[in-house]
Design a protein. Sequence first.
Length: 345
Amino acid sequence: MQTKYNFTCSLLSNGSGDSIRNLHLAGCALCPTAELACLKSLTKVRLHAVRFTGDALGSFLCNSLALEQLEIRYCDMIVCMRIPCMLQRLRYLEVVGCYRLQVLDSKAPNISSFCYEGDHTVQLSLGETLQMKNIHMIFSGAVHYARVELPSSMPNLKIAAIRSNKEITNTPMLHSKFLHLKKLSIALTAGTFSPAYDYFSLVSFLDACPSLETLILDVSQTEMKHVSIFTESSDLRKVEGQQHHKMKRVNILGFTSARSLIELTCHFVESITSLERLTLQAQQSSFRCSVPIHKASKCSPLPIDILMEAQRALLAIRKYIEPKVPSMVKLRVVEPCRRCHAVER
Protein backbone atom coordinates (compact mmCIF):
# COMPACT_ATOMS: atom_id res chain seq x y z
CA MET A 1 0.00 0.00 0.00
CA GLN A 2 1.37 3.40 -1.02
CA THR A 3 0.91 6.39 1.21
CA LYS A 4 0.66 9.85 -0.29
CA TYR A 5 2.21 12.75 1.56
CA ASN A 6 1.62 16.38 0.71
CA PHE A 7 4.74 18.35 1.56
CA THR A 8 3.92 21.95 2.31
CA CYS A 9 6.50 24.18 0.63
CA SER A 10 5.69 26.96 3.10
CA LEU A 11 7.84 25.00 5.59
CA LEU A 12 10.83 26.20 3.55
CA SER A 13 9.90 29.88 3.76
CA ASN A 14 10.96 32.42 6.37
CA GLY A 15 14.61 31.55 5.83
CA SER A 16 14.24 27.79 6.40
CA GLY A 17 15.35 26.95 2.85
CA ASP A 18 18.16 29.47 2.54
CA SER A 19 20.87 27.05 3.66
CA ILE A 20 19.91 24.15 1.35
CA ARG A 21 22.64 23.53 -1.24
CA ASN A 22 21.82 20.02 -2.48
CA LEU A 23 18.25 18.93 -3.33
CA HIS A 24 17.15 15.46 -4.49
CA LEU A 25 13.47 14.93 -5.30
CA ALA A 26 12.16 11.53 -6.42
CA GLY A 27 8.73 10.09 -7.18
CA CYS A 28 6.78 13.23 -6.41
CA ALA A 29 4.78 16.01 -8.07
CA LEU A 30 5.94 19.61 -8.13
CA CYS A 31 3.51 22.51 -8.52
CA PRO A 32 4.28 26.20 -9.14
CA THR A 33 4.54 27.94 -5.78
CA ALA A 34 6.09 31.15 -4.55
CA GLU A 35 7.74 29.33 -1.64
CA LEU A 36 10.17 27.61 -4.03
CA ALA A 37 11.82 30.99 -4.58
CA CYS A 38 13.40 30.68 -1.14
CA LEU A 39 15.67 27.88 -2.39
CA LYS A 40 18.00 30.46 -3.84
CA SER A 41 21.20 28.86 -2.51
CA LEU A 42 20.82 25.56 -4.38
CA THR A 43 23.97 24.49 -6.23
CA LYS A 44 22.99 20.89 -7.08
CA VAL A 45 19.53 19.59 -8.01
CA ARG A 46 18.60 16.01 -8.88
CA LEU A 47 15.04 15.33 -10.04
CA HIS A 48 14.08 11.67 -10.50
CA ALA A 49 10.60 10.65 -11.73
CA VAL A 50 9.16 14.03 -10.75
CA ARG A 51 5.87 15.16 -12.27
CA PHE A 52 5.55 18.86 -12.99
CA THR A 53 2.28 20.72 -13.28
CA GLY A 54 1.96 23.95 -15.21
CA ASP A 55 5.26 25.79 -15.50
CA ALA A 56 6.62 24.40 -12.23
CA LEU A 57 9.95 23.40 -13.74
CA GLY A 58 10.46 26.75 -15.47
CA SER A 59 9.63 28.83 -12.40
CA PHE A 60 11.76 26.57 -10.22
CA LEU A 61 14.79 27.00 -12.48
CA CYS A 62 14.34 30.75 -12.80
CA ASN A 63 14.70 31.03 -9.03
CA SER A 64 17.78 28.79 -8.79
CA LEU A 65 20.38 31.32 -9.85
CA ALA A 66 23.23 29.67 -7.88
CA LEU A 67 22.67 26.31 -9.59
CA GLU A 68 25.83 24.58 -10.81
CA GLN A 69 24.63 21.02 -11.48
CA LEU A 70 21.20 19.94 -12.76
CA GLU A 71 20.19 16.29 -13.25
CA ILE A 72 16.74 15.41 -14.60
CA ARG A 73 16.02 11.68 -14.89
CA TYR A 74 12.91 9.81 -16.01
CA CYS A 75 10.58 12.79 -15.64
CA ASP A 76 8.38 11.47 -18.44
CA MET A 77 5.72 14.17 -18.30
CA ILE A 78 8.07 16.87 -19.59
CA VAL A 79 7.40 17.83 -23.22
CA CYS A 80 9.35 21.08 -23.41
CA MET A 81 12.35 21.93 -21.25
CA ARG A 82 13.85 25.42 -21.30
CA ILE A 83 16.96 26.27 -19.31
CA PRO A 84 17.02 30.08 -18.76
CA CYS A 85 20.03 32.26 -19.49
CA MET A 86 20.00 33.50 -15.88
CA LEU A 87 21.68 30.25 -14.81
CA GLN A 88 25.14 31.71 -15.32
CA ARG A 89 26.79 29.27 -12.90
CA LEU A 90 25.34 26.10 -14.42
CA ARG A 91 28.22 23.85 -15.49
CA TYR A 92 26.67 20.37 -15.68
CA LEU A 93 23.37 19.43 -17.33
CA GLU A 94 22.02 15.87 -17.46
CA VAL A 95 18.72 14.84 -19.09
CA VAL A 96 18.09 11.09 -19.10
CA GLY A 97 15.03 9.00 -19.91
CA CYS A 98 12.52 11.83 -20.44
CA TYR A 99 10.98 10.07 -23.43
CA ARG A 100 8.09 12.48 -24.02
CA LEU A 101 10.49 15.37 -24.36
CA GLN A 102 10.18 17.13 -27.71
CA VAL A 103 12.18 20.32 -27.12
CA LEU A 104 15.32 20.85 -25.05
CA ASP A 105 16.36 24.48 -25.27
CA SER A 106 19.16 25.74 -23.08
CA LYS A 107 20.27 29.35 -22.90
CA ALA A 108 22.65 28.81 -19.97
CA PRO A 109 25.96 30.15 -21.35
CA ASN A 110 28.58 28.29 -19.31
CA ILE A 111 27.64 24.60 -19.45
CA SER A 112 30.83 22.57 -19.84
CA SER A 113 29.42 19.04 -19.42
CA PHE A 114 26.22 17.70 -21.00
CA CYS A 115 24.68 14.24 -20.79
CA TYR A 116 21.61 13.28 -22.81
CA GLU A 117 19.83 9.96 -23.20
CA GLY A 118 16.46 9.80 -24.89
CA ASP A 119 14.64 10.05 -28.19
CA HIS A 120 16.72 11.01 -31.22
CA THR A 121 13.88 13.17 -32.59
CA VAL A 122 14.11 15.73 -29.78
CA GLN A 123 14.71 19.31 -30.94
CA LEU A 124 18.03 19.99 -29.23
CA SER A 125 19.35 23.53 -28.84
CA LEU A 126 22.17 24.26 -26.42
CA GLY A 127 22.76 27.89 -27.31
CA GLU A 128 26.26 29.18 -26.62
CA THR A 129 28.47 26.07 -26.36
CA LEU A 130 32.01 27.44 -26.52
CA GLN A 131 32.50 26.27 -22.92
CA MET A 132 31.40 22.70 -23.69
CA LYS A 133 34.26 20.31 -22.92
CA ASN A 134 32.56 17.00 -22.14
CA ILE A 135 29.53 15.40 -23.78
CA HIS A 136 27.76 12.06 -23.35
CA MET A 137 24.97 11.18 -25.78
CA ILE A 138 22.86 8.01 -25.97
CA PHE A 139 20.20 7.59 -28.66
CA SER A 140 19.62 5.91 -32.02
CA GLY A 141 21.65 7.67 -34.70
CA ALA A 142 23.91 9.36 -32.13
CA VAL A 143 27.13 8.56 -34.02
CA HIS A 144 25.90 10.17 -37.23
CA TYR A 145 24.54 13.15 -35.27
CA ALA A 146 27.83 13.61 -33.42
CA ARG A 147 29.92 13.60 -36.59
CA VAL A 148 27.63 15.95 -38.52
CA GLU A 149 26.46 18.42 -35.84
CA LEU A 150 29.00 18.63 -33.02
CA PRO A 151 32.24 19.89 -34.65
CA SER A 152 30.67 23.23 -35.56
CA SER A 153 28.38 23.61 -32.54
CA MET A 154 30.88 22.47 -29.89
CA PRO A 155 34.34 23.37 -31.23
CA ASN A 156 36.15 23.03 -27.88
CA LEU A 157 35.11 19.51 -26.92
CA LYS A 158 37.81 17.48 -25.17
CA ILE A 159 35.93 14.32 -24.15
CA ALA A 160 33.02 12.69 -25.99
CA ALA A 161 31.12 9.46 -25.31
CA ILE A 162 28.60 8.45 -27.98
CA ARG A 163 26.35 5.38 -27.73
CA SER A 164 23.88 4.14 -30.33
CA ASN A 165 21.96 0.90 -30.84
CA LYS A 166 21.01 1.78 -34.41
CA GLU A 167 22.63 3.75 -37.22
CA ILE A 168 20.55 4.19 -40.35
CA THR A 169 23.42 5.55 -42.45
CA ASN A 170 27.18 5.17 -42.40
CA THR A 171 29.34 7.84 -40.78
CA PRO A 172 30.11 10.46 -43.45
CA MET A 173 33.55 11.79 -44.30
CA LEU A 174 33.40 15.56 -43.75
CA HIS A 175 35.79 18.52 -43.61
CA SER A 176 34.68 19.63 -40.12
CA LYS A 177 37.07 18.89 -37.24
CA PHE A 178 37.11 18.25 -33.48
CA LEU A 179 40.34 20.18 -33.05
CA HIS A 180 40.65 19.73 -29.27
CA LEU A 181 39.10 16.30 -28.69
CA LYS A 182 41.47 14.06 -26.72
CA LYS A 183 39.28 11.11 -25.68
CA LEU A 184 36.51 9.55 -27.76
CA SER A 185 34.29 6.62 -26.81
CA ILE A 186 31.92 5.17 -29.40
CA ALA A 187 29.54 2.33 -28.56
CA LEU A 188 27.63 0.62 -31.37
CA THR A 189 25.94 -2.04 -29.31
CA ALA A 190 22.74 -4.04 -29.71
CA GLY A 191 21.58 -7.63 -29.64
CA THR A 192 22.37 -7.59 -33.34
CA PHE A 193 23.77 -4.35 -34.73
CA SER A 194 22.61 -3.64 -38.26
CA PRO A 195 24.86 -5.53 -40.71
CA ALA A 196 24.26 -2.70 -43.19
CA TYR A 197 26.40 -0.37 -41.07
CA ASP A 198 29.98 -0.14 -42.30
CA TYR A 199 32.43 0.00 -39.37
CA PHE A 200 35.10 1.22 -41.78
CA SER A 201 33.20 4.50 -42.15
CA LEU A 202 34.41 5.40 -38.63
CA VAL A 203 37.71 6.45 -40.19
CA SER A 204 35.87 9.76 -40.53
CA PHE A 205 36.42 10.35 -36.81
CA LEU A 206 40.12 9.58 -37.10
CA ASP A 207 40.40 12.22 -39.80
CA ALA A 208 38.32 14.70 -37.77
CA CYS A 209 40.25 14.45 -34.48
CA PRO A 210 43.88 15.53 -34.95
CA SER A 211 44.46 15.84 -31.17
CA LEU A 212 42.85 12.53 -30.21
CA GLU A 213 44.91 10.42 -27.79
CA THR A 214 42.51 7.67 -26.71
CA LEU A 215 39.83 5.87 -28.72
CA ILE A 216 37.48 3.30 -27.18
CA LEU A 217 35.18 1.47 -29.58
CA ASP A 218 32.58 -0.97 -28.26
CA VAL A 219 30.89 -3.18 -30.86
CA SER A 220 29.58 -5.84 -28.47
CA GLN A 221 26.56 -7.81 -29.65
CA THR A 222 25.05 -11.22 -28.98
CA GLU A 223 24.77 -12.16 -32.66
CA MET A 224 27.16 -10.91 -35.34
CA LYS A 225 25.43 -10.53 -38.72
CA HIS A 226 28.11 -8.51 -40.54
CA VAL A 227 29.96 -10.17 -43.39
CA SER A 228 32.89 -12.07 -41.92
CA ILE A 229 36.41 -11.61 -43.24
CA PHE A 230 36.44 -15.38 -43.78
CA THR A 231 33.37 -15.17 -46.00
CA GLU A 232 34.74 -12.40 -48.19
CA SER A 233 38.52 -12.08 -48.00
CA SER A 234 39.45 -10.00 -51.05
CA ASP A 235 41.83 -7.05 -50.72
CA LEU A 236 41.10 -4.88 -47.68
CA ARG A 237 40.04 -1.27 -48.21
CA LYS A 238 42.40 1.57 -47.35
CA VAL A 239 42.25 5.35 -47.08
CA GLU A 240 45.43 6.62 -48.68
CA GLY A 241 47.30 9.54 -47.16
CA GLN A 242 45.47 9.63 -43.81
CA GLN A 243 47.86 9.70 -40.84
CA HIS A 244 47.45 10.44 -37.16
CA HIS A 245 50.33 11.59 -34.96
CA LYS A 246 48.78 11.99 -31.47
CA MET A 247 46.81 8.80 -30.83
CA LYS A 248 48.39 6.54 -28.22
CA ARG A 249 45.71 4.04 -27.21
CA VAL A 250 43.01 2.19 -29.14
CA ASN A 251 40.69 -0.23 -27.33
CA ILE A 252 38.07 -2.25 -29.23
CA LEU A 253 35.54 -4.21 -27.15
CA GLY A 254 33.36 -7.01 -28.47
CA PHE A 255 35.81 -7.62 -31.32
CA THR A 256 34.51 -9.85 -34.11
CA SER A 257 35.61 -11.16 -37.50
CA ALA A 258 33.41 -8.60 -39.31
CA ARG A 259 35.25 -7.67 -42.48
CA SER A 260 34.67 -3.91 -42.11
CA LEU A 261 35.91 -4.04 -38.49
CA ILE A 262 39.08 -5.83 -39.57
CA GLU A 263 39.60 -3.17 -42.25
CA LEU A 264 39.10 -0.40 -39.68
CA THR A 265 41.57 -1.98 -37.24
CA CYS A 266 44.19 -2.47 -39.96
CA HIS A 267 43.75 1.17 -40.89
CA PHE A 268 44.41 2.17 -37.27
CA VAL A 269 47.58 0.09 -37.18
CA GLU A 270 48.90 1.43 -40.49
CA SER A 271 47.95 5.11 -40.17
CA ILE A 272 48.45 5.97 -36.48
CA THR A 273 52.16 6.70 -36.26
CA SER A 274 52.09 7.43 -32.51
CA LEU A 275 50.22 4.30 -31.42
CA GLU A 276 51.57 2.71 -28.23
CA ARG A 277 48.87 0.23 -27.21
CA LEU A 278 46.19 -1.67 -29.13
CA THR A 279 43.71 -3.78 -27.16
CA LEU A 280 41.33 -6.12 -28.97
CA GLN A 281 38.82 -7.81 -26.68
CA ALA A 282 36.40 -10.48 -27.86
CA GLN A 283 32.92 -10.72 -26.35
CA GLN A 284 33.14 -11.43 -22.62
CA SER A 285 30.89 -12.94 -19.94
CA SER A 286 28.70 -10.58 -17.92
CA PHE A 287 30.44 -11.79 -14.75
CA ARG A 288 34.09 -12.76 -14.99
CA CYS A 289 36.18 -14.73 -12.53
CA SER A 290 39.17 -12.48 -13.27
CA VAL A 291 37.36 -9.30 -12.20
CA PRO A 292 37.51 -8.92 -8.38
CA ILE A 293 34.49 -6.64 -8.19
CA HIS A 294 32.30 -9.34 -9.79
CA LYS A 295 33.11 -11.74 -6.92
CA ALA A 296 32.52 -14.72 -9.22
CA SER A 297 34.31 -18.05 -8.84
CA LYS A 298 33.38 -18.86 -12.43
CA CYS A 299 32.54 -16.74 -15.45
CA SER A 300 28.87 -16.61 -16.40
CA PRO A 301 28.02 -18.84 -19.41
CA LEU A 302 28.31 -17.69 -23.00
CA PRO A 303 26.23 -19.10 -25.90
CA ILE A 304 28.11 -21.36 -28.26
CA ASP A 305 27.56 -18.91 -31.15
CA ILE A 306 29.39 -16.16 -29.25
CA LEU A 307 32.26 -18.49 -28.39
CA MET A 308 32.56 -19.60 -32.02
CA GLU A 309 32.60 -15.99 -33.21
CA ALA A 310 35.24 -15.17 -30.59
CA GLN A 311 37.41 -17.92 -32.08
CA ARG A 312 36.92 -16.49 -35.58
CA ALA A 313 37.86 -13.06 -34.24
CA LEU A 314 41.11 -14.47 -32.76
CA LEU A 315 41.96 -16.15 -36.07
CA ALA A 316 41.29 -12.89 -37.94
CA ILE A 317 43.56 -10.99 -35.56
CA ARG A 318 46.41 -13.46 -36.07
CA LYS A 319 46.03 -13.54 -39.84
CA TYR A 320 45.20 -9.96 -40.82
CA ILE A 321 46.13 -7.63 -37.97
CA GLU A 322 49.04 -9.04 -35.98
CA PRO A 323 51.45 -9.11 -38.97
CA LYS A 324 50.83 -5.39 -39.51
CA VAL A 325 51.41 -4.27 -35.89
CA PRO A 326 54.74 -2.41 -35.56
CA SER A 327 57.19 -3.79 -33.00
CA MET A 328 56.90 -0.67 -30.80
CA VAL A 329 53.13 -1.14 -30.40
CA LYS A 330 51.93 -3.35 -27.55
CA LEU A 331 49.15 -5.60 -28.86
CA ARG A 332 46.87 -7.11 -26.20
CA VAL A 333 44.31 -9.69 -27.29
CA VAL A 334 41.65 -10.70 -24.75
CA GLU A 335 39.62 -13.84 -25.43
CA PRO A 336 36.86 -15.45 -23.33
CA CYS A 337 38.18 -17.29 -20.26
CA ARG A 338 39.54 -20.64 -21.41
CA ARG A 339 39.11 -22.32 -18.02
CA CYS A 340 35.47 -21.37 -17.47
CA HIS A 341 34.30 -21.89 -21.04
CA ALA A 342 36.15 -25.15 -21.75
CA VAL A 343 33.01 -27.27 -21.39
CA GLU A 344 30.89 -24.86 -23.47
CA ARG A 345 33.47 -24.95 -26.25
